[in-house]
Design a protein around this ligand. Structure first.
Ligand code: AMP
Length: 216
């Protein structure tokens, strides 16, 4: 089953590609940005703390994102057997902590999809999205800041995951259908989805798995 991390600068298409991938595989789609926006919209005290970071385009502190996300990942992976993590991890401490957590729970990620596009294309896409969705962090100034935050805090994860041999790097500066076909091929080549149907590969569970989600 797919346990995938979508890693990309803002505007490279991680939301778009997470959505069809979860439809196709039945894995849970967990978007850190959506969870944070829901918390902000709820008007809770935690939401107000979160908004102070997201409105500026800064990352929320690692402890905070971990406490919001970890229970969602565990529950979703137990229910569906897999996950597509859209927007998490985004810093080295998040990556190291989630690798340790994943190993303990037998929920280790089996692929990291790194989506790329030229910077000016990213800016254009986000400004288009601003007109459609009205996100308050899609202004030109905040977009530029989010791109700089990606370069400084998130880009180091690319080499970390490349070193672990699970990185799939794809340009999204081409038609969406081409990116989809390419990603599916690469997941098939790694034995994560079935080559014939595009469905996830289900392996029989071992008795020792004792309720763990691995390989369901
Ligand atoms: P996104 O929807 O993925 O573009 O995320 C929107 C905003 O949520 C980001 O600019 C950050 O402020 C915050 N955010 C999302 N994911 C994370 C994360 N893993 N760590 C810290 N902040 C995050």
């Amino acid at each position: 089953m797919v346990r995938v991390i979508m890693l990309s600068p803002p505007g490279a298409g991680k939301g778009t590609h997470s959505r069809w991938l979860t439809r196709q595989t039945g894995a849970a789609h967990i978007s850190s940005g959506d969870l944070l926006r829901a918390e902000v919209a709820s008007g809770s005290e935690l939401g107000q703390q979160v908004a102070a970071y997201t409105a500026r385009g800064d990352l929320v502190p690692d402890d905070l994102i971990f406490s919001i996300l970890a229970p969602a990942v565990v529950a979703a992976a137990r229910d569906t057997g897999g996950y597509v993590l859209d927007g998490f991890p985004r810093t080295m401490p998040q990556a190291l902590r989630s690798a340790q957590f994943g190993a303990e729970l037998r929920l280790t990620s089996n692929a990291v999809v790194y989506l790329t596009a030229p910077e000016e294309e990213l800016v254009d896409r986000l400004l288009d999205r601003a007109q459609r969705d009205g996100r308050d962090d899609d202004t030109l100034e905040v977009i530029r800041h989010r791109l700089a935050v990606f370069t400084r805090q998130t880009a180091p994860l690319v080499e970390y995951y490349r070193g672990r041999g699970i990185l799939i790097e794809l340009s999204t500066d081409r038609p969406e259908a081409e990116v989809q076909a390419d990603l599916l091929n690469q997941l098939q080549a790694r034995g994560l989805v079935d080559p014939g149907t595009g469905e996830p590969i289900a392996r029989p569970r071992r008795a020792s798995e004792n309720g763990a989600a691995e390989n369901r």
